[in-house]
Structures are given as structure tokens and as C-alpha cells.
Design a protein around this ligand. Sequence first.
Ligand SMILES: C[S@@+](CC[C@H](N)C(=O)[O-])C[C@H]1O[C@@H](n2cnc3c(N)ncnc32)[C@H](O)[C@@H]1O
Length: 267
Amino acid sequence: MTVRTPTLSALLGDPRAKPDVRWVERLTGATPTKIQRTFAELEGERELVEELRTAYRAGGREFYAQIRAPFELYALVRLLRPAHVVETGVSSGLSSTFFLLGLEKNRTGVLHSIDLPTHQKGPVRTDKDSPVSLPPGLSTGWAVPASFRDGWDLRIGPSQKLLPQLANSRWPIDLFLHDDLHTPAHLTFELETIRPRLSPGAVVLADNTVWTGGAFDRFAAALGVPVVRKGRTDLVGARVPPKPPAPTRAGRAPAAGRRTAPPRRSR
Ligand SMILES: C[S@@+](CC[C@H](N)C(=O)[O-])C[C@H]1O[C@@H](n2cnc3c(N)ncnc32)[C@H](O)[C@@H]1O
């Protein structure tokens, strides 16, 4: 009898979280072979995926992948090597975990996360509770393994207040994920807040765009780039055009310099 190893998405508890090479390819321009190699790295992280699943079960969430692209988030971090990643909407911290894992592997870069939590009303989640509400006694990022928390810039409060503060920092944003309040006005507000702070080649993602009208399309049109949809889902992305390298006096482009970001401590 052949014993099949479960896929990572099945191990996580949501087969719909299957990694999509083509989506990452269109967002980064990396070759499929290179992208497959970053997904293959995750095979060594089965224990982490099991740890997340166990945390979800303990929190009363049997079937739970709030964002159906955790492995792609990891791949984007590995391929783009961002100095600063910003996300709005943390909840249990699935997206945060895979961003943090990628940054740890890169040994550089910081994740800045914003979340205004909602709380489950009673000891057991009912239909009246949002699936993203916090189980009793737990706080934002409750499933993120403790070993990842060092150096994680987690800010609790409304993104309406905290994102403009974050965008006022001197560093540029290399990777952004919107996954908090899914309304057209709020997504427009977040995209317009970060737009002036995006680095050349930055990738911007938004989940649940079925609820946000034409907000993301307008943002991509303003950048003059296509909207890159993950399969048939409503998770979309766009890439800021990379800056063409400035020619040197000899007419050659200079070697790429490293952007400065604090080094990450390893687990
Ligand atoms: C869909 S969940 C995030 C899922 C998360 N990205 C993941 O991968 O597990 C949305 C989160 O955004 C929070 N939220 C809602 N409105 C917000 C706001 N105005 N500012 C910040 N966070 C908000 C919700 O309470 C919830 O924790």
C-alpha cells in the first residue's frame, strides 16, 4: 500500500491554499524553476504547518486558512527580498507567519503588521461571531509561533490611524498586503496612503476584492500596470515598475546595492 504524504495545503487544513507558480511568476518575473525551488523549501517546514493547524484546532477553528495563499507570501518574500513588508489585517496571523518565515530565511527585513481585532462573544464560536474574531483569552497573531515574534513590528489599532503613521516612516515599502476591512473606500484609502511610499519593483496585494469594487483596478491603472489575479480567486496583486538601472560613466549599470534593514535573529 502506498502512503501518500499530504500536501502542505492539506496539512494546513485548507486544500484551496494550493501554491500557484504562475501567479508568483507574473508578480515577480522569476522563472518557474526558481519559484518551485522556494516552494520546495517549505517541505522542510511541515512541523511549522502542523503547529499552526494544532493552534487553529485548539482555538476552535477546524477549517481555517483566512488567506488562501500563505505559501505564495513566503515565495514572494524569498524572491523579492524586501527590506520592509507591511500588512493590514492579522487575525490569527497566518499571513504574518509566512511573511516572517520568509524574512527569517532571508536573514534580513522587517514585517510591520496592523490589526484592530474583533473578539468572539462566548467560549464557543457561533454564527454570530466573525470567523476572524479572536478566541477568548487570545490576542492578535495568536497562532504565530513564539519563535517568530522577535523583531515583528505588530501595531494594534485601526489602520485608518496607524497606516498613515507607518507610511510617514522614512523607509520605502517593498511588499504590501491589504487584508483588513474590505470596503471600496477603505481599500482606496490604504492604497493611496502607501502609493507614495512604494519602492520601485514593490508588490502590492489585496484579498477579498469581490467586496471592494473597482478600488484595486483604479490603483493598478494609476501605476500603469496590470492587475494579476490568483487563478479565479479575488486575491489580486500588482507590481510597481522596477526602476531601470542608471548607467555608470563607463556606460554599464552598477551592481545592485543592498537596501538596509535590520538583520533578523534566527529561531
Ligand atoms: C481577514 S482577517 C486577516 C487575516 C490574516 N491576514 C490571515 O492571513 O490570517 C482581517 C483582520 O482585520 C481586522 N480589521 C478589521 N478592520 C480593521 C481596521 N479598520 N484596521 C485594522 N484591522 C482591521 C479584523 O479584526 C481581522 O483581525
